[in-house]
Design a protein around this ligand. Structure first.
Ligand code: MN
Length: 717
């Protein structure tokens, strides 16, 4: 035996000695060629890490090998195991990506690179570094999902060996795991890892609580053992009598799950009834439903607890029948019934892909939902300004609590709880959201802020001419919708501002008797440079947004003109097409027909007031920012008016007046009671939608005819 061979043999035997279990796992599903390659990776990793110790004093190599061993439980392919063994090599040793690629191929080196952190030197804070690293990993994971599986295994072993760290560091790691990695595992359907990560984090973060709960569970298990065993045996026997091939397993809720439920519902341990349950694993789908019938025949089912996730899988692919029964002594017991394949899927989620691949069985499910989720993460990353914002978005996205709704064609869409129609529209496609016109839930027309419930069927009607409404931001909850709305409003606002700015400047220049085209190019360029505008459109935009005053700009570009030369001042006309850069003041609610003036407000553009409005009269703003305004004849916009109604203090008054108002095709936006004056009468202040002055006049006249009404008037500003 030459030297090279001897050393290989020694390392290899050493490795078997220290990790017999790992080797046994490999023998189960990999061929000798693949195992050889894994050993080669091990050899390099152990050499590269030699001399390095973990915080707890162990040889470093134990850590990557443990991570690989976790992945071997999921029967991951040999490349993943190699990368897991090598996962800290780029970060912590002198070996780089290129040399890994040369030795083990680009797949393995890409995987290792995907879990390697960016160089710390490039960041000013830990938070920024964490966020950037997560961003990098998610990019890598979108290329190859195995990256995240390695990261999860890495994290699991880090938590298993966390004892030696300070409590501060423990807490930080644990929190990060609970906020990001455990939810990712759940999202990908890897329930075993999700639960293990949660339990380990719980233990690291709250060692005392963990221990107390563990003891309580242990004690309770002792009491329940007999009953559970009895139920298990009864069910097994009944199923066998029906010739249903099955496994019946007693199971218990994981500690962190118990803890979470206690916290969320403010319950004590003894109040948690789904700690113990039974899982029935059948050979095929038909038998699952037959088994359900048998169970319901044997024990009384608890109404409202049955869920058919076989017919309607959860979006992460989870399939199972859920039901609860009343066991002996009235004890409620949760039951899960599913096939063997579903069981593997339920525990390993996306990782079951490899489990089945290596057994040469067809995939039980396509992972389109996961892919869509990852694509979503990428979109958020594209739109996010900085890594911290991205991190917040990801956390929001991972926050548990989901609703499941259907498209008209029956596809399932998963959304966070409290999602609205608008969130749904944006989840379907950004264009569907941006052009949202109206919606139906189960064939009934609903408003855009309707909150979704699981099981609803949703239809969105779009119109090309429609633009997103800023008010959507008041109720849209998904990061995707909020991002898209903001992004498209920003674009629209810019467009609106440009148009308005151009009109304002044109109008203002009229007072100097010139038009925009009359401005000498040289003058214009000097002024643009002064204002730091790239071009004239930028300048329009600045004016439209109220950052520059049209009159001052006019004086600047037309200095040779005599500004004192009195020409007839012409007002700017309001057309109602100004969009996001025009608003109607909420102190006086101007409507067409009113005499109006306006002022330019930074970022909001023109704010329109009635010229009788006290608030604008008392305004201390420089006179230059005032605008003479007039209504354009073609005005087309929606308006609100505010009316004060004094009524008798009787039952049914509000209903009577409300119906009166709606007869005139006005909607009530808000109603307030003003009982400041002790007259014995009620004063109600309505804000209603109205087309114009004439319509308002008619409404007021008709309200006066109502038998409850003593006085009606338009509220002054
Ligand atoms: Mn590691």
């Amino acid at each position: 035996m030459d030297n090279r061979k001897r050393s290989e043999y020694q390392i290899s035997s050493n490795y078997i000695k220290n990790f017999p279990d790992f080797r046994k796992k490999l023998d189960k599903y990999l061929n000798s060629y693949q195992i050889k390659k894994i050993e080669k990776a091990y050899k390099l990793a152990s050499e590269a890490h030699s001399g390095q110790l973990r915080k707890d004093g162990q040889d470093y190599i134990y850590h990557p090998l443990s991570a690989a061993s976790i992945l071997a439980d999921f029967q991951m392919d040999h490349e993943t195991l190699m990368a897991a063994i090598l996962h800290d090599v780029i970060e912590d040793t002198s070996i780089d990506k290129a040399s890994l690629s040369k030795r083990f191929g680009s797949k393995v080196s890409e995987l290792v690179d995907g879990v390697s952190k960016l160089d710390k030197i490039n960041f000013t804070s830990n938070e920024e570094a964490d966020a950037a690293n997560l961003r990098k990993m998610i990019l890598a994971m979108s290329q190859d999902i195995r990256v995240i599986l390695i990261k999860l295994a890495d994290r699991k072993n880090n938590l298993e060996t966390i004892e030696a760290l300070s409590q501060e560091k423990k807490t930080k790691k644990a929190r990060e795991t609970l906020e990001i990695y455990a939810p990712i595992a759940l999202r990908l359907g890897i329930h075993t890892l999700n639960k293990e990560l949660e339990n380990l984090s719980f233990k690291a973060m709250y060692p005392m609580r963990y221990q107390i709960l563990k003891n309580a569970l242990h004690k309770s298990r002792g009491n329940r053992n007999e009953i559970m065993e009895k139920i298990r045996k009864v069910i097994l026997k009944k199923l066998q009598n029906e010739n249903i091939l099955t496994d019946v397993i007693a199971r218990e809720k994981h500690l962190y799950g118990i803890y979470k439920k206690m916290r969320q519902k403010e319950l004590s341990f003894s109040d948690i009834h789904d700690v113990f349950g039974v899982r029935v694993v059948c050979d095929n789908v038909d038998n699952c439903y037959r088994a359900l019938g048998v169970v319901h025949n044997t024990y009384t089912p608890i109404p409202g607890r049955f869920k058919d996730y076989i017919a309607i899988p959860k979006s992460n692919g989870y399939q199972s029948l859920h039901t609860s029964i009343l066991g002996p002594h009235g004890l409620p017991i949760e039951l899960q019934i599913r096939t063997k394949e579903m069981d593997v899927m339920a525990q390993a989620g996306i990782a079951s892909h490899w489990f089945y691949k290596t057994k040469a069985k067809p995939l039980i499910k396509n992972y389109t939902q996961e892919q869509q989720w990852i694509t979503n993460l990428l979109t958020i990353q594209k739109d996010s300004g900085n890594p911290q914002e991205y991190l917040r978005s990801i956390k929001a996205d991972l926050y548990p609590g989901k609703v499941y709704v259907f498209t008209p064609k029956g596809a399932i869409v998963e959304l966070p709880k409290k999602s609205t129609i608008i969130d749904y529209a944006y989840a379907i496609h950004t264009d569907v959201g941006n052009n949202f016109s109206s919606a139906k839930i189960d064939d009934k027309t609903v408003s855009s802020n309707a909150v979704l419930k699981s099981g609803q069927r949703i239809e969105i009607i779009t119109k090309k001419t429609i633009r997103p409404d800023p008010s959507w931001l008041n109720f849209a909850v998904t990061e995707k919708a909020r991002h898209s709305i903001r992004a498209s409003l920003k674009l629209i606002k810019k467009k609106d501002a440009k148009l308005l700015g151009k009109r304002l400047l044109k109008n203002s220049l009229k007072n100097f008797n010139i038009s925009i085209d009359d401005i000498p190019t040289k003058t214009l360029n000097i002024v643009l440079q002064e204002y730091r505008c790239q071009n004239i459109d930028d300048l329009y935009c600045e004016i439209g947004l109220g950052r520059r005053i049209a009159k001052l700009v006019s004086m600047r570009v037309a200095p040779q003109m005599d500004s004192e030369k009195k020409t007839k001042r012409t007002g700017v006309s309001i057309r109602g097409t100004e969009g996001l850069v025009l608003s109607y003041a909420k102190c006086c609610y101007p409507i067409p027909g009113d005499n109006i003036i306006g002022h330019i407000s930074q970022e909001r553009g023109i704010v329109v007031h009635r010229n009788t409005c006290k608030s604008i009269r008392n305004d201390k703003r420089p006179f230059d920012e005032r605008l003479d305004l007039a209504w354009d004849e073609t005005i087309e916009d929606s308006f609100n008016a505010c009316i004060k109604v004094e009524v008798e203090n009787q039952r049914g008054v509000l209903a009577s007046i409300s119906s009166e108002i709606s007869q005139y095709e006005s909607d009530i936006i808000s109603v307030q009671y003003d009982d400041s004056k002790q007259t014995g009468h009620n004063i109600m202040i309505f804000v209603v939608t109205i087309d114009n002055f004439k319509a308002l006049d008619k409404l007021i006249r008709n309200l006066k005819k109502n038998k409850f009404v003593l006085k009606v008037e338009r509220k002054k500003g």
